[in-house]
Design a protein around this ligand. Structure first.
Ligand code: PAF
Length: 318
């Protein structure tokens, strides 16, 4: 199937078909940009698509809620979705999107013999799309990609299987779509660093781009989960971005003590009614905690407002 520049997008659900589409694009000399998503797209995702458009000839957006990155206790079953809405948003992106890759179940290997090669069969239909990462036996899947050190801190502490699920599904998507460029949001800062590291460590020939956090008019970082916030919770959640920008301004005025900066952010969020999961100031590359800001850091926060867990961060370059 020939890649098209028309305002489509073409929806592909089958892995083999997706790979063949990409290979055909490559034979025509085109570079491929991939934007992996879990759907329920918002302006933040659309900015990733625009970034991919700037960097590659054709753009593939994957829409797949990856059960492998949810623990059984997490919100897989309530994760919002609106595939038709996603398609119309993607159609409206200037330049359009070439393909939406929307597999039913990326952990269904059909009846193929284990290690049976890439030819024949291997459809994405059937399977139980609702299994979570811990039920490996029912997944029939036992290979996981782990980025040992980077996955341990911050979100990895309260979500111990999250990053292995992300690293694994992104590896699968890279192997299926075979992109030249992958675009990820820096709102998920730890995820972005992990993906850059896995691409380097596993010698993928893919450039990983981090796109800046996209915020609502009042500063709230865009997230598919924001839809679950009540208007009051949403208002209170503004304490996250506001306290992070105050912390950044304080560093610009010479504050270097991380404990002080963290205390102020934690206090502001708690006063607004948020429950802190973590507030950490870490080195931008290694994600190691720092005590004093002497080199580029990122201030990362995860906090609960009601039943919604929100993350946000701000880079502080010195
Ligand atoms: O950031 C996300 O939406 C997901 O973690 C990703 C990268 C699409 C993998 O499922």
């Amino acid at each position: 199937m020939a890649p098209s520049t028309k305002v489509l997008p073409l929806v592909i659900t089958d892995k083999a078909e997706m790979r063949e589409w990409s290979r055909s694009a490559r034979r025509q000399g085109k570079t491929i940009g991939l934007v992996p998503t879990m759907g329920f797209l918002h302006e933040g995702h659309l900015s990733l698509v625009l970034e991919a458009r700037r960097r590659a000839d054709v753009v593939v957006v994957s829409v797949y809620v990856n059960p492998g990155q949810f623990a059984p206790s997490e919100d897989l079953s309530t994760y919002p979705s609106d595939f038709e809405g996603d398609l119309s948003k993607l159609r409206a992106v200037p330049g359009g999107v070439d393909v939406v890759f929307h597999p039913h179940d990326l952990y269904d290997y059909g009846q193929r013999e284990v290690g049976g090669g890439v030819g024949g069969g291997g459809g994405d239909s059937g399977g139980n799309g609702s299994v979570s990462c811990l039920e490996e036996k029912s997944l029939g899947h036992e290979t996981w990609v782990r980025v040992d050190r980077l996955e341990k801190g911050m979100c990895g502490k309260s979500r111990p299987v999250f990053f292995r699920g992300v690293a694994t599904v992104v590896t699968k998507l890279f192997n299926i779509v075979e992109p030249d460029v992958g675009v990820f949001g820096k709102k998920d800062y730890q995820q972005w660093r992990i993906i850059r590291r896995l691409v380097r460590d596993l010698d993928f020939s893919i450039q990983v781009i981090g796109s800046e956090v996209v915020r609502d008019h009042d500063g709230l970082a865009l997230s598919s989960r924001n839809v679950h916030l009540s208007p009051e919770e949403r208002e209170k959640a503004l304490s996250i971005s506001r306290s992070l920008s105050r912390a950044k301004s304080a560093t610009e005025k010479g504050q270097v003590d991380c404990q002080n900066l963290k205390d102020s952010v934690i206090q502001a969020i708690q006063e607004a009614g948020g429950k802190i999961d973590y507030a950490e100031i870490v080195d931008q590359e290694s994600l190691e905690s720092v005590e004093e800001i002497r080199s580029p850091v990122v201030f990362c926060v995860a906090t609960w407002f009601g039943k919604v867990r929100l993350i946000d961060n701000i880079e502080i370059d010195v």
